[in-house]
Design a protein around this ligand. Structure first.
Ligand code: XBP
Ligand code: MG
Length: 259
């Protein structure tokens, strides 16, 4: 059977395009809590634990289960969580609009190279759509939202990562089989979602995810790398590549398909 060529790249956002969690989402959650007169504070280690649950509303609920379980019994708690989360999104958008979150190494380079070579681009993320748009606009390029043919974000599917639903939704919108694509992820939950949808996956780790179990990833890298700032390959075969360019991606795509 002829090999299916690589046709599309599907990117996670948080932790993959930029280190948004510690210095973005976490700060915005705390700002929303403060604004609502709550003394809840999510410090860096606690936030690392809370990241086990994806989705901001789901994360607040998970926090309350441990810290303030009685609040979950109160009438109107769903609306209260939703309002807090809306305020958090407003704070996050403000923070990112100030140019507060740079992209990770190699992200802009790879996306530009993919565009120049006619690869299709998509996003599969758990975060809220506004958060994706503001990051692409302020950290990549003013018109970068238009570079992505499909943006799957937030509550568009009810079951968030590690469920594969968001990736399946994106593949359906692209009209492509998973074998024609590569996914980019930074976390165990993200990898379970992409692999669950049958996608070969490149992982780039960050401080919160470096100790996660990435069994099933095609390759695990420190970051996507630049020609002058090589990545470190933590697992898998990077051959002679120093950065994740299209040549390396095509190699990983073809070896992953053979498995
Ligand atoms: C991202 C998330 C999100 C963000 C917050 O996971 O878990 O919850 O932390 O986003 P992934 P919202 O990178 O695996 O998609 O508050 O907008 O939900
Ligand atoms: Mg992520």
């Amino acid at each position: 059977m002829p090999a299916i060529p690589l046709q599309a790249l599907i990117f996670d956002v948080d932790g993959t395009l930029a280190d948004t969690e510690r210095d973005g989402h976490r700060i915005a959650f705390n700002d929303a809590f403060r604004e609502a007169g709550l003394d809840w504070r999510w410090d860096v280690p606690l936030y690392g634990e809370l990241l086990a649950v994806t989705g901001g509303k789901e994360r607040i609920r998970h926090y309350l289960q441990g810290a303030h379980p009685s609040l979950l019994m109160e009438p109107g708690i769903d609306a209260r969580i939703a309002a807090l989360h809306q305020a958090k999104t407003r704070h996050y958008v403000e923070l990112v609009s100030r140019g507060g979150l740079p992209l990770r190494p190699g992200v802009a380079r790879l996306i530009q190279e993919a565009r120049a070579n006619g690869l299709r681009l998509a996003i599969a993320t758990t975060t809220t759509p506004e958060n994706v748009s503001v990051l692409l606009k302020h950290s990549l390029a003013p018109d970068a939202v238009d570079w992505f043919e499909v943006i799957g974000a937030g509550d568009i599917v009810p079951a968030k990562k590690p469920a594969p639903d968001i990736y399946r939704w994106v593949l359906d919108q692209l009209g492509l089989p998973p074998e024609a694509c590569l996914a980019f992820e930074d976390s165990d939950n993200g990898l379970r979602a992409s692999r669950g949808a049958g996608l070969a996956t490149i992982v780039t780790v960050n401080d919160y995810t470096v100790d996660h179990d990435f069994t099933g990833a095609t390759v695990v890298l420190s970051d996507l790398g630049e020609p002058t700032q090589p990545f470190r390959c933590l697992s898998g075969d990077a051959g002679s590549a120093v950065c994740a360019d299209l040549r390396a991606l095509r190699h990983w795509h073809s070896t992953a398909r053979g498995r």
